[in-house]
Design a protein around this ligand. Structure first.
Ligand code: ADP
Ligand code: ASP
Ligand code: MG
Length: 400
């Protein structure tokens, strides 16, 4: 079998961890499998690099930021190769440009466009274990790019797709995908399997166990994906197209603190206002998520919406600049909100799921400020200080 394995930052945090992972790799290799191994930067390396940058420049260019952040993964692959060499195993490391992994131009949020497989195949044909630096790529100017935080998962799935690998295993510090973040909710359950669609929602709604783009790619190319622990030998979670029916109507609960709410009050109640407001926001290249429109006083209306926290100030500035054209009374912004969501394919055929969720929030005395739904998810916006309580209460309601 050809297996692509990815080990996250905590799985390669120090020499002990690297030796543990080298042991897993050696075992699979000795069983005769071809192995491509993708690594993340060790432990908090990426965060530390971001801090180092901030000490020198509050606004570094994204290009140089990517040159800096991509270094963490290069350290990991070299150290892992040395550990495997010391065990007498044939191994070769490849950074993104050596593969090469071609991406779009957007520094810090690049998307993988093409992976050349010739070099990889040559190395595998020589029965070498190929260790690839995750998270990084090369754009059309041959500049280094990175794929966004958590992007090594995407490197692994993209490699698995390009190589038509039999399996892509994402090794992390928990035993799989759980019904909630197992570090926050003690009663969280490990899921044996989850659909690509559900996993994509969970990942997009804040469950950082998989990079959402990796799930998108896995679905598109039908990659057999497994999430499991590098610390504990146990079966993990399989992410696939269709799963057997679970007893629970929902698969998981997720929280995203990275949201802010903007409220524009006293807009004229006339056709085209929503268009004009959101044209301003989208021109600033800002993604809008939940939108709420309500009736104001004296033929005015209010529009509230959420954006990523990092984009809040830019969005407010852009709207303020168009104040005369848009004609609103006031604008306010609040970053101390969280989005709490439930996800489950079973929702489509069940009734009363939303009611149960709202009842859990009522019991926990959590106020809801916005609601949004789709076929397989329900999200509510709550105060950030209530979010953990909300997650626990909702989880207890559905899984307790
Ligand atoms: P890695 O460094 O291996 O990429 P991450 O920190 O990116 O690991 O992702 C693993 C973490 O995701 C876990 O430690 C866990 O706290 C968090 N997590 C959040 N939601 C979930 C969930 N539903 N199931 C499993 N883990 C989750
Ligand atoms: N090292 C990168 C990060 O911390 C990529 C990853 O871990 O997947 O975001
Ligand atoms: Mg991760």
């Amino acid at each position: 079998m050809l297996i692509v394995q990815k080990y996250g930052g905590s799985s390669v945090a120090d020499a002990t961890c690297i030796k543990r992972v080298a042991g897993i790799i050696a075992e699979r290799y000795s069983e005769g499998h071809d192995l491509v191994v993708v690594l993340s930067a060790q432990g908090d390396t990426t965060d530390d690099l971001i801090e180092k940058a901030a000490e020198l420049n509050p606004n570094p260019t994204r290009r140089e930021m990517d040159v800096l952040l991509s270094t963490g993964e290069q350290i990991s692959i070299a150290l892992m190769a040395m550990a495997l060499e010391s065990m007498g195993l044939p191994v070769v490391t490849l950074t993104a440009w050596q593969v090469p992994i071609r991406t779009s131009s957007d520094y810090s949020a690049a998307r993988i466009k093409k992976i050349e497989t010739e070099r990889l195949r040559n190395e595998l044909d020589k029965r070498r274990i190929v260790i690839v630096a995750g998270f990084q790529g090369l754009n059309k100017n041959d500049d280094i790019t990175t794929l966004g935080r958590g992007g090594s998962d995407t490197t692994a799935v993209a490699l698995a797709a390009a190589l038509h690998a039999d399996l892509c295993q994402i090794f992390t510090d928990v035993e799989g995908v759980y019904s909630a973040d197992p570090r926050k909710v003690k009663s969280a359950r490990k899921l044996d399997e989850i659909t690509y669609d559900e996993m994509l929602e969970l990942a997009s709604l804040g469950a950082q166990v998989l990079h959402n783009r990796s799930v998108e790619l896995a679905k598109r190319y039908g990659v057999n994906l497994e999430v499991l622990s590098s610390f504990v030998r146990a079966s993990g979670t399989i992410v696939k197209e269709v799963t057997k029916l679970e007893t629970s109507k929902i698969s998981g609960v997720a929280k995203d603190n990275n949201v802010a709410r903007i409220a524009i009050l006293g807009l004229r109640d006339e056709p085209g206002i929503a268009f004009k407001v959101f044209r301003v926001v989208s021109s600033a290249k800002i993604n809008v998520d939940i939108i709420l429109q309500s009736i104001g006083r004296e033929s005015t209306k209010d529009i509230s919406f959420t954006v990523p926290s990092a984009d809040m100030d830019t969005a407010v500035k852009a709207l303020e600049a168009q104040r005369d054209a848009l004609g609103f009374a006031s604008i306010s912004a609040d970053a101390s909100v969280s989005k709490v969501s439930i996800v489950g394919a079973g929702m489509m055929s069940a009734t009363g799921i939303a009611t149960l969720m709202f009842e859990a929030l009522y019991d926990a005395k959590v106020n809801i400020s916005m609601i949004s739904t789709s076929e397989i998810k329900i999200s509510v916006l709550v105060n950030e200080s209530d979010a953990d309580r909300a997650i626990q209460a909702i989880h207890d309601k559905f899984f307790g």
